[in-house]
Design a protein around this ligand. Structure first.
Ligand SMILES: Nc1nc2c(ncn2[C@@H]2O[C@H](COP(=O)(O)OP(=O)(O)OP(=O)(O)O)[C@@H](O)[C@H]2O)c(=O)[nH]1
Ligand SMILES: [Mg+2]
Ligand SMILES: [Zn+2]
Length: 288
């Protein structure tokens, strides 16, 4: 049988299959081979004499994130708030880069539509015009159907700065989760933890990943060429004069032309320069 690991606790793995959730142990030889199944893994399982089913094989992963260890995320739902907290656009752009480098599709989500300001809505539409975008309110329910449609058939995970409403959106989609939000969530952070392990929640023909926080922005590779591939806007540029053009201060740059034509958001471009410089710095110092 095949299935997806939705939870792993104390050496047991809970695998969602056509026949329901099956409790499994990993094959004994995995340890020797250095293989560890993680949440999100597609696995082959068989019944075993011990009474528990056994994971015999981990199918090839589309991606693997660490801290927490999860595999095969298809979509990252990058949440910004339409009001407060003031959007951290740079963080959102970094998350897009990190998603793209891991072959995860970014979906831009503007939450708190019920109180969203016009300037934030406009910047959101402008800056992310080439990305899938959803405007939603966890409070009023506006746009929730679009979010459900985005989850269909995909493993999805929310990301974004604190207090944008990630937990509120998860609760709006899956009321049984009953995650702590707002002040309550911050109190819980200090005391007992609610989400201790990453867990997949099958829903709407896909799955939502609930994690105890995410550290996505830790690229292993700081290749500027790969970075540029994360900017769909750049694909519309005429070729630059210099093949290795970073689109920062080189003459004859096609991306600079896009900017001059108004086909590239100046704010997005400014943040690209910051991220590119960060990449260059880290590449130079990665073995320090
Ligand atoms: N007006 C309005 N407020 C919202 C909405 N969604 C969430 N909030 C409020 O925003 C605050 C933060 O929501 P959370 O869901 O805890 O935010 P979070 O992104 O999970 O925050 P962290 O867990 O700290 O990362 C809470 O006070 C929510 O009630 C919304 O759609 N509209
Ligand atoms: Mg939260
Ligand atoms: Zn260029």
């Amino acid at each position: 049988m095949e299935g997806s690991i939705i939870k792993g606790v104390g050496g047991f793995y809970y695998v969602s299959t056509d026949q329901g959730v099956v409790t499994c142990k990993a094959k004994g030889s995995f340890r020797r081979e250095g293989l560890t199944p993680v949440v999100g893994d597609r696995v082959r399982i068989t019944a075993h004499a011990s009474g528990y089913a056994q994971i015999d094989q981990i199918l090839p992963r589309r991606n693997l994130l660490i801290r927490p260890a999860v595999a095969n995320i298809d979509r990252l739902l990058i949440v910004l708030s339409g009001h407060l907290p003031e959007p951290d656009w740079l963080l959102a752009d970094k998350l897009i880069v990190q998603a793209a480098l891991n072959r995860i599709e970014p979906v831009m989500v503007l939450n708190k539509a019920d109180e969203a300001t016009a300037p934030i809505r406009e910047a959101f539409d402008q800056d992310y015009r080439l990305f899938p975008r959803i405007i939603v309110s966890a409070l009023s329910g506006e746009g929730l159907q679009d979010l459900k449609d985005a989850i269909a058939g995909k493993i999805c995970c929310f990301a974004g700065q604190s207090a944008v409403g990630k937990s509120s959106l998860m609760n709006a989609l899956l009321p049984e989760l009953n995650l702590p939000v707002g002040e309550l969530a911050r109190k819980t952070d200090r005391g007992r933890h609610t989400t201790r392990h990453a867990q997949l929640w099958p829903c709407f023909g896909g799955a939502l990943l609930d994690t105890p926080g995410f550290s996505l922005y830790e690229p292993e590779s700081f290749d500027e060429k790969l970075l540029q591939g994360c900017y769909p806007e750049f694909a519309q540029a005429t070729p630059c004069r210099f093949p290795g053009c970073m689109h920062v201060s080189e003459p004859g740059c096609g991306v600079k032309l896009l900017l001059a034509d108004g086909r590239l958001s100046p704010a997005r471009y400014e943040r690209y320069v910051q991220i590119a410089q960060d990449f260059t710095f880290r590449r130079k110092h990665q073995y320090d």
